[in-house]
Each structure stands twice: as C-alpha cells, then as structure tokens.
Design a protein around this ligand. Structure first.
Ligand SMILES: Cc1cc2nc3c(=O)[nH]c(=O)nc-3n(C[C@H](O)[C@H](O)[C@H](O)COP(=O)(O)OP(=O)(O)OC[C@H]3O[C@@H](n4cnc5c(N)ncnc54)[C@H](O)[C@@H]3O)c2cc1C
Length: 303
C-alpha cells in the first residue's frame, strides 16, 4: 500500500491522507481495524482525483459518512477509505423551503438549521446519527417518515468522473435502499424541500422524538441502530425476542435487552463477536419462525 499512498499524493493534499487509520474511531460500533489509507478530501476536484487513482490502480475504496450503519472487520480494510467529512456546507432558502447541504453534514445539524429557519418536515431525521450522504444512500427513515418524502435532488460524482444532478424520483428510493451504491455514485450534496412551520411545534416534535429514542433505544452503548432490516410483515426485534434472544451475548456483543432489534457493543466487543452474533441471531430466527433476516448494517474489510 506504500505505492497507493505515493499515488494518492498526486491527487490529494498530504495533510488529508492518513496511513493505517483505525476505523474504530470512525464507526458508531466503535470497532474496526486500520484502513490502509484514509483520505478526507475537501474539494470535488480532490475527491475525483482520489477516485481516479483508486480506479486506475484497481485499489478498493469505500465512501464513509458517519459510520453509523457500518461494521468494519478487526483486520481492517486493505484499501482507501474516503471520508466525506469535508463536504459539510449548508444553505437554507426560507422563501422556497429548499435546504442544500453537503453530503458530509450531519442530519442533526440540518435539522437544527431547518428549525432555525422555521422549516418543518425534517424533525424525523434529527436523531438519526448519520450524514446527509449516508441518509440518501440508505433512504433513512424514522417515526413514519423517510428521506424520500423530503429529498428533491442529489448531485453525484459518477464512476466516469462526471458531476450529475439527479432528481429524487430517479434514485429508486425504497426501504433502506437507493440506486447510489449499485450505480457507484458518490453523493456530493443534496437538496431537500421543507415547508414553513411553527418553531415551537418543530422544537417540541424534535424533543418528543429524542425522548422516545432515549426511552426505547440502548443509546448508552455503541451500536449501528437497527441491525437488521424489517422483514415484510414482521418486526425484526419481535422475531428476535420470540426466538428467546433478548440479552443473548457472544463475546463482548449482545442483543440489547432494551431493544432486541439492536445489537450492541456491550463490553469491548470485537467486530468478529458482532458478526458472529448476527449470524447466530439469523440462524435461530430462521429456525424459530422461518423468516430470513437481512442485515441493514453494511460490512467492510477482513474479520
Ligand atoms: C443509535 C442509532 C440510531 C439509528 N437510528 C436510525 C433510524 O431511526 N433510521 C435509520 O434509517 N437509520 C438509523 N440508524 C442507522 C444510520 O444512522 C443510518 O443508516 C444513516 O443514514 C447512515 O449514515 P452514515 O453517514 O453514518 O453512513 P455510513 O454508515 O458511513 O455509510 C452507510 C452507507 O452509505 C454509503 N455512503 C455514505 N455516504 C456516502 C456518500 N456521500 N456517497 C455515496 N455513498 C455514501 C457508505 O459507503 C455505506 O455503504 C441509526 C444508527 C444508530 C447508531
């Protein structure tokens, strides 16, 4: 990987490249070994240069938001992690209700900006600990709303290195899915459309939802939120509970006893503990109810 570091130097600022960066610092599970190279570009030109180098050199790369839906293996990732942290601008137009924000900006911050401008419609996302880019990719949602309802368009970098603006209806936004990953797009920024609202009601809705999260979710432990997708016609948490797995522990990983849909890093779990526990949960749920659970959390690297 010394080679790729040298090549990246031709595309990115030296201060934006780290070698052997521990991914545990960048994931909400707080696990994950080193990334061979970890780059934080701050401009589109730099980002597209880094991607070009990776493609030309056939080095695997991974686009990182806030790592809140990601499990990285203990052995790390033998490739280039590209953090979108540097793309975090935000412009709010109160007249039109359009908020344009960088892919690396947190949803919490966007919700705050919307609230300050008395714009309603984004309260649901305030407590989701991801970035705007990650939320577009996942069509993140909570409490009956999802990104699809507010997203207007995204600007992406295509694999060919072109910048393209895509209207939301063309993104195939579905339950925790979109066309971004299959199309190998990198989200640069996005426009969301909100409505004029009453700041008191906006604040009270955000506070109410934050309270519900605190009450129902094991926020005191590292996790990646709901570990499994909701199978059609079921709730993953209920299936897991019915399989007798509330509090089920493997190494340092545990099925939360507060919310069975969350796998948590209870006590210095390794990524391998978490992965093995997820496999065991899937197996036991399959045996008990015949339902195939699918991971919502993405995995990366060697375990
Ligand atoms: C406590 C907790 C609660 C949660 N609650 C919810 C919830 O209520 N609803 C919900 O939907 N999710 C929830 N999540 C999961 C997670 O926050 C969301 O999936 C979020 O959208 C992930 O965003 P991220 O920036 O962290 O993405 P990451 O985890 O960094 O990445 C997720 C995927 O998106 C890709 N990606 C990220 N940014 C870009 C980009 N700019 N361009 C291209 N690809 C990109 C990555 O390569 C990866 O494949 C929760 C997680 C936690 C820890």
């Amino acid at each position: 990987m010394t080679d790729i570091y040298e090549k990246l130097l031709g595309a990115a600022d030296k201060n934006h490249i780290k070698v052997g960066e521990e991914m545990r610092k960048h994931t909400s599970f707080k696990v994950g070994g080193p990334a061979a190279c970890f780059v934080t570009p701050t401009e589109e030109k730099e980002l597209s240069g880094v991607l070009r180098v990776c493609r030309e050199e056939e080095v695997p790369y991974f686009i990182l938001g806030n790592g809140s839906n990601l499990l990285v293996g203990d052995e790390g990732f033998d490739g280039v992690v590209i953090s979108m942290d540097g793309f975090a601008g935000c412009e709010v137009d109160r007249e039109t209700g359009i908020v344009q924000a960088g892919a690396g900006l947190s949803l919490a911050r966007i919700a705050q900006e919307a609230y300050k401008a008395s714009l309603t419609g984004f309260e649901f996302a305030a407590g989701i600990p991801g970035t705007l880019g990650g939320a577009v990719v996942m069509n993140a949602g909570a409490y009956g709303s999802e990104m699809k309802e507010v997203l207007r368009s995204v600007r992406v970098l295509t694999p060919e290195g072109e910048v393209k603006e895509i209207p939301a209806p063309e993104l195939n936004l579905g339950y925790r899915t979109s066309c971004i990953i299959p199309m190998e797009y990198v989200v640069l920024d996005a426009k969301i459309r909100l409505k004029e609202g009453d700041p008191v009601s906006i604040k009270s809705r955000m506070d109410e939802l934050a309270g519900r999260r605190k009450e129902k979710q094991p926020l005191e432990y590292p996790s990646a939120g709901s570990t499994f997708k909701r199978p059609e016609g079921y709730f993953a948490g209920k299936l897991i509970e019915d399989a007798g797995l509330r509090g089920f522990t493997l190494g340092g990983a545990q099925v939360s006893d507060k919310h069975c849909g969350f796998v948590i890093n209870k006590d210095h779990a390794t990524a391998a503990d978490i992965k093995a526990l997820c496999e065991e949960v899937k197996e036991r749920v399959r045996k008990k109810s015949g339902v195939e659970l699918e991971m919502e959390v993405k995995t990366l690297g060697k375990f």
